[in-house]
Design a protein around this ligand. Structure first.
Ligand code: AMP
Ligand code: ZN
Ligand code: ZN
Length: 461
């Protein structure tokens, strides 16, 4: 099977690819055009929807009768937003399926790349290696920057086995309409269908494409699909958690969840819909805190608030300088971080490690941008001591028990649940395969014989 993808871009002429790619090229053309026709003249050109197809062949016969799973992430959607702002489609999802009314607990740090990648691998950031949105690797002597495709699209940065890789390896086709890591070849595998990240991509087109993927022939139809929206996070940062803009973003994305649910209902397929967020949001307090004002960072590599010492003596010195320097943060030597944060095992975390004690803005160095405005909302804080960092979890479909509710749980447990729904065998992970067992609608078969192997529910139409 060829490992490198080719681009089935609808704006390009024919390429030597097989029927799957042709179907995709035609579908994307149709979807792009329909979306354009339905809108007022655009101020700026909309991006073209291009699906990158990496052919892995048809779904294996054993996978074709399995259910389907759409995993949606609404970035920065705090656990209480649905009730606060009247997200009626999410609330209906909770009634039809399962929810966590008090939220889902992110991994530390409660930011986008580490948490999306935790949700999709079942590993804590210290074990999957994406320890921040941007960080330094002292062994590689290189920086990972989430907005730089040359690193975010390079699979050598990513550990663990993302769900789409797990599926593809077991002969089940996967599709990603955005997810951190999805652009990279991880463990030698890419999702069969993928769209390169472009925040300008209209949300309606994302939903249309996901539903269109489920209209492919059963042999080619992906059983696991990821989908991502950034609007709620953006509004939260720019305008805070209590603004009309954040309320509107919540209702707008909730409308898209309704559109997606309606699209699913037309298919007559056993589709499970799981909606999560990577973290919550909190209104910030005070101006930026620059660690350079408390400690001599000479010789350190720094990325945001992360500190990479040139040697042990420098680490010890800066630790001593930051210790008790402010009530806005606590500093730890990396090996001394509270075990509950699971944030010690990787050199990419740096040393010492600064943990904010509240909703404060902390970085190593001041910015030299005179027009800089501090964000009104932020996240990244200790998700176990700050409730506002909790995200959402909703799930409904043939595999899920209607009306089931969950007490707050760590998002590392989502992966084994999703693997069970799809009947996929998992390898060693941090997540507990039994943690979310109670929301599954089981067949008459007994529960687990061994961790990670479940008799999936029968598809119901
Ligand atoms: P955060 O502030 O940590 O919540 O990061 C949110 C930002 O991550 C959003 O504004 C997105 O534009 C960006 N983002 C989300 N997914 C991706 C991706 N797959 N590739 C690059 N950037 C992304
Ligand atoms: Zn995020
Ligand atoms: Zn954010």
């Amino acid at each position: 099977m060829p490992k490198s993808p080719f681009f089935a871009a609808c704006e390009h002429g024919p390429r030597p690819f097989g029927s799957v790619a042709w179907v995709l090229a035609l579908l994307t053309l149709t979807v792009s055009q329909l979306a354009l026709f339905g809108q007022a003249p655009a101020q700026q050109a909309l991006p073209t929807l291009s699906v990158v197809v990496t052919p892995h062949g048809d779904n294996a016969p054993a996978q074709r009768d399995k259910p389907y799973l759409i995993l949606v992430s609404i970035d920065g959607f705090r656990f209480d937003y649905a009730r606060l702002y009247g997200a009626t489609n999410l609330q209906s999802l909770a009634r039809r399926g399962a929810s966590a009314p008090k939220g889902m607990i992110p991994a530390y740090p409660s930011v986008t790349f580490p948490n999306h990648y935790t949700i999709i691998t079942g590993l804590y950031p210290e074990n999957h290696g994406i320890v921040a949105n941007s960080f330094y690797d002292p062994a590689r002597k290189q920086k990972f920057v989430y907005t730089d495709r040359s690193t975010s699209g390079d699979g050598s940065w990513y550990g663990g086995v993302p769900l789409w890789v797990l599926a593809e390896r077991q002969g089940m086709r996967a599709a990603c309409f955005f997810w951190p890591g999805a652009e990279a070849e991880i463990g030698g595998v890419r999702p069969t269908y993928n769209v390169l990240y472009d925040p300008r991509m209209p949300n309606e087109q994302r939903v249309n494409q996901v539903v269109d993927w489920l209209r492919l022939r059963p042999e080619q139809r992906p059983h696991i699909i990821t989908l991502y929206f950034s609007d709620v996070d953006t509004a939260g940062h720019e305008t805070g958690t209590d603004s009309p803009q954040t309320a509107q973003a919540v209702r707008r994305i909730d409308g898209l969840i309704g559109r997606l649910s309606a699209g699913i209902a037309t298919l007559g397929l056993p589709v499970n819909l799981v909606v999560v967020s990577d973290h919550g949001m909190v209104n910030t307090q005070g101006p930026w805190i620059n660690l350079q004002d408390f400690a001599d960072l000479t010789g350190f590599q720094t990325v945001g608030p992360l500190l990479y010492p040139p040697d042990e003596a420098a680490a010890a010195r800066v630790y001593a300088q930051l210790h008790n320097a402010s009530d806005k943060f606590v500093v730890y030597r990396r090996s001394q971080l509270p075990a509950r944060l699971h944030y010690s095992r990787s050199e990419r975390i740096g040393d010492p490690v600064v943990v904010p004690t509240g909703p404060y803005l902390i970085r190593a160095y001041a910015s030299n941008d005179p027009k800089e405005v501090p964000p009104k909302g932020m996240h990244g804080y200790d998700p176990q001591s700050m409730e506002a960092m909790r995200g959402i979890f909703y799930a409904a479909g043939p595999g899920i028990r209607p009306g089931a509710t969950l007490a707050p749980f760590e998002n590392v447990n989502v992966y084994p649940l999703l693997a069970k729904i799809l009947g996929l065998e998992t390898g060693p992970i941090d997540g507990d395969p039994n943690a979310l067992q109670s929301i599954l609608r089981m067949t008459s078969a007994p529960a687990l014989r061994r961790p990670g192997a479940l008799v999936p529910s029968q598809p119901q139409r």
